[in-house]
Design a protein around this ligand. Structure first.
Ligand SMILES: [Zn+2]
Length: 496
């Protein structure tokens, strides 16, 4: 968990520029204690007098996720990212400065960020002072500040870089990261990909707020998560700013640059911003319908899951060739490139928008827990089909349950599908079936209470499968070990 600070507070923040880093209260306390114990008059403003007794050690190069050991890092918590990025259509490259505000969680001699691909770093500072760095391992940007960073110390990293971002093409998990399009590009980060565009602590366990400052020639549209903070055009270049004020996992950060038609409305007091890629040749009527249907589906989901968790909503239809839609926070991206002219169907909207509660507001503790995203999003499709297509939820369950016992659907563990299995049908379909099995065990009243209280309890942070099992047992007052062992951890077809 991290502490979210409103981006406004970071503007012109000079905590780190005058007289060096602000000392933490713990530093002051320990230094004062040291002064007392040695009976000497040690001024608390002196250079770290306790350095002789303080050990600084490197932050871990990974966040400890067994599926993705290189992802994320240890030793600090990020509070905020500011990504200031200019896109150049001639080179299809970017020039960017990413500023990261973080807090050390140990005495750090050095720490890593994740940064991947051919982008070249031109300058890197920690608390305004040049730091030494090297790039090592699969995606490590290893940074050594001038002096160690004490635990609880808030520090600021600023990285300037440029180049053509890489696209990740994982044999098992598909395309992610920066994906070039005909007239720009889109950043789609699940599960790995953020590090192709900005230096990042690339783990869902370290959520942070974001601001984006995006510059491109004025005939292009630039979009990101969250709310627009305004736009200005100078010398033929337009700069737009966006803010995501709720904690966001890096896998859900989104940037889209290209020729888009944008529809802006309000839905229940929230901005509803949808955009359609001109390369998709979507009619103005359909672009408007996409916006309206987004608002309608959010309203339907609110009736099931409680208040929508973010300050704005919307969606972006792109022609990117990735073959999937992604629940990028507050504003999902739908690649419909194989169907020119079309907009997302209702069940697809229900899936990606349900993720705003399940996956985005509540993010998985580890990638093994991704059924907590996909099982709920698939279940939302079933709820949608029941409400709008006359297909009872139990019928959706039965249809999947009819899958033969020797099918791969049953041969994996829903809550531990393996690194290459995180997007498999077991996670989605068997995840949704697990929820239906739970519903039939605990009854509608407890089940629908759980659907609302789970995001209310864990929204803004992370939760594990173990958290969910405990939560379901508490809400229902039932021992559910056997049910969850059968549905989540037994790689065979459950008996009904
Ligand atoms: Zn999904």
């Amino acid at each position: 968990m991290i502490t979210a600070r409103p981006p406004e507070n970071l503007e012109g923040n000079d905590l780190f520029s005058k007289g060096g880093p602000r000392m933490s209260s713990r530093f002051l306390r320990s230094t004062a204690a040291l002064a007392l114990s040695v009976g000497a008059a040690v001024a608390v403003t002196a250079a770290p007098a306790g350095a002789a007794v303080t050990r600084f050690t490197p932050g871990a190069p990974g966040a400890g996720d067994p599926y993705f050991p290189d992802m994320g890092n240890g030793g600090y918590d990020v509070a905020h990212y500011d990504v200031d990025l200019a896109y150049d259509p001639a080179s299809k490259g970017i020039r960017a400065v990413t500023t990261i505000d973080a807090t050390a969680t140990q005495n750090l001699s050095r720490f890593d960020l994740d940064f991947l691909g051919p982008l070249r770093i031109s300058s890197l500072t920690v608390d305004g002072r040049a730091a030494t760095w090297d790039r090592t391992g699969a995606q490590e940007l290893r940074i050594t500040p001038r002096s160690g960073l004490r635990a609880h110390h808030r520090f600021r990293v600023r990285v300037a870089y440029a180049g053509v971002p890489q696209t990740v093409d994982d044999p098992a998990l598909g395309v992610s990261g920066w994906v070039p399009t005909a007239d720009g590009g889109v950043m789609l980060n699940q599960p790995t990909g953020a590090a192709t565009v900005y230096p990042v602590n690339d783990t869902p366990a370290d959520k942070a707020t974001y601001t984006f400052t995006l510059t491109a020639p004025k005939d292009l549209t630039t979009l990101a998560n969250g709310e627009p903070l305004g736009a200005a055009t100078r010398h033929g270049l337009t700069t737009t700013r966006w803010a995501m004020r709720s904690p966001m996992a890096s896998e859900l950060a989104m940037i889209a640059i290209g020729k888009y038609d944008v529809v802006r409305t309000k839905a229940r007091g929230r901005a509803n911003i949808t955009a359609t890629d001109r390369a998709m040749a979507i009619t103005p009527e359909n672009a408007k319908a996409f916006n309206t249907q987004t608002a309608d589906v959010v309203a339907f989901l609110e009736s099931n899951f409680g208040r929508y968790p973010f300050a704005s909503t919307g969606g972006i239809v792109v022609k990117a060739g990735v073959g999937y839609a992604l629940e990028t926070q507050g504003r999902p991206v739908y690649d419909l490139g194989r169907r020119p002219g079309s907009i997302p169907a209702g069940d697809l909207l229900a899936h990606e928008l349900a993720h705003q509660w399940f996956g985005d507001a509540v993010s998985p503790a580890k990638w093994a827990d991704i059924w907590l995203n996909e099982g709920f999003a698939t279940y939302a499709e079933w709820l949608y089909a029941e409400k709008y297509q006359g297909v009872p939820v139990r019928q959706s369950f039965d249809k999947v349950y009819a899958t033969p016992a020797d099918d791969d659907l049953w041969n994996a563990k829903t809550a531990d599908p393996g690194r290459d299995g995180i997007f498999d049908a077991t996670v989605y379909d068997r995840g949704a079936m697990t929820l239906q099995a739970l519903r039939e065990a605990i009854g509608d009243r407890a089940f629908f209470r759980l659907l609302r209280e789970w995001p209310a309890r864990y929204g803004g942070g992370n939760a594990s499968t173990a958290d969910f099992i405990r939560f379901a047992e508490r809400i229902s007052g039932r021992d559910l070990d056997r049910l969850f062992t059968t549905w989540l951890y037994t790689p065979s077809k459950p008996k009904l």
